[in-house]
Ligand binder design. Structure first.
Ligand code: SAM
Length: 353
């Protein structure tokens, strides 16, 4: 498949042809990563952020929200739940927050490894080489950093660099890979200004960079953010009839095409998909190429404050409820729960249980 084929599939709306795409993606998923769905326990460790991303509800410029940062013991409590639930991995995610210091995160990573032996994924934004090195050495395995879009102008507009710096997320990902991390990236589907051509290039880039994990979710407007206002209107006007919609079918097309192009990568059925379609979004993702789900382990009182967009799936649930609902969905699809760390590679198939 080349870029033109990807573009043609993105523009395809014939229901029979789309059924073909869904079926192909599911077959490739089964052949390359098996029947197991790996569960990664998500811990939203804090919502402080120095960035001014135009799409995000917890950005520094977002309307006033109470800010929080979990302490060592609160994070360890969540990791303990992950271990009790039999998850193989915890994902620690936050705004880009220098207050989550190199030393603090190093201690947290060491403690989680020593006490629970879980695989550790970090998603803490753009961090220095020294921090990344220290966290790798302390026992972190993977890092998630979405490049958001391959259109450089759109990227600069929706993700302004910090004063005096350049933001190059692909470069950061390559550095992380050199340091020994498995690297994960992704995009939002349907951000204002995103054209079909850009989106095809994004999918091509997943393959070009041989990403280990790829997260794809619809863009969900967050009230009060620049992208939900005039900035977004202007970007949409500029894209004109090439503007990508932020609907479920388009997000699922991107997911399925990504599975075809990156057969053995780990692809989550994202929370954004489940938010857009609470009844079936997650299952639809799992049936169209996804093999990972990230149940939220964040205590409910912090979840409320980590609303990168409104109405996030599972907002008012406890970890037990979220986990039970997700496991039931997986079993209803005739799939199994993955055991062990579930990193990229043949081990996924061998250990699918
Ligand atoms: N601060 C870290 C970073 O920027 O990578 C991790 C947290 S950030 C909130 C995680 C991801 O959420 C972003 O990469 C972005 O793709 C997604 N996101 C943020 N706002 C969103 C929105 N309004 N709709 C859909 N996804 C969104």
């Amino acid at each position: 498949m080349n870029r033109d084929d990807i573009l043609a599939w993105l523009l395809e709306n014939d229901p029979d042809r789309l059924e073909e795409l869904w079926g192909e993606a599911d077959t490739v998923r089964e052949a390359h990563v098996g029947m197991a769905v790996h569960l990664r326990g998500l811990i939203e460790v804090g919502n402080h952020c120095v960035r001014r991303c135009a799409y995000c509800g917890i950005a520094a410029c977002a309307p006033r929200i109470p800010r929080y940062r979990m302490d060592h013991y609160e994070i360890l409590d969540c990791a303990h739940r992950a271990w009790e639930f039999g998850f193989g991995t915890v994902v620690m995610q936050s705004g880009e927050d220098p207050g989550l210091t190199q030393e603090f995160m190093t201690e947290v990573i060491r403690s989680i490894r020593a006490r629970f032996g879980l695989a550790i994924t970090l998603s803490l934004g753009e961090r220095s080489e020294a921090e990344l090195k220290a966290w790798k050495q302390a026992g972190a395995d993977r890092y998630l950093l979405r490049f958001e879009t391959t259109d450089p102008e759109l990227y600069r507009t929706i993700h302004p660099a910090l004063p005096g710096t350049v933001s190059d997320r692909l470069q950061q990902l390559l550095l992380m890979r050199d340091l020994g991390f498995e690297i994960g990236t992704g995009v939002m589907v349907g951000i204002p200004g995103q054209t079909w051509e850009t989106l095809a290039e994004d999918i091509w880039t997943f393959r070009d960079f041989d990403m280990d994990m790829i997260g794809i979710g619809p863009y969900i407007p967050s009230p009060g953010t620049p992208l939900d206002g005039e900035l977004g209107d202007g970007l949409r006007r500029r894209a004109g009839d090439r503007q990508v919609p932020n609907d479920e079918t388009t997000a699922l097309k991107v997911l399925a095409l990504t599975r075809l192009l990156c057969p053995d990568t780990n692809i989550p059925a994202t929370t954004a998909l489940a938010t857009l379609d609470p009844a079936a979004g997650r299952a639809n993702g799992l049936k169209r190429g996804a093999n990972v789900v990230m149940p939220n382990l964040t205590p409910p009182w912090y979840r409320e404050l980590y609303q990168i967009y409104p109405g996030k799936a599972g907002l008012h649930e406890t970890a037990d409820i979220t986990r039970a609902a997700i496991e039931a969905q997986i079993h209803a699809l005739g799939r199994s729960i993955g055991r062990g760390p579930g990193g990229r590679g043949r081990a996924n198939v061998a250990g699918e249980g």
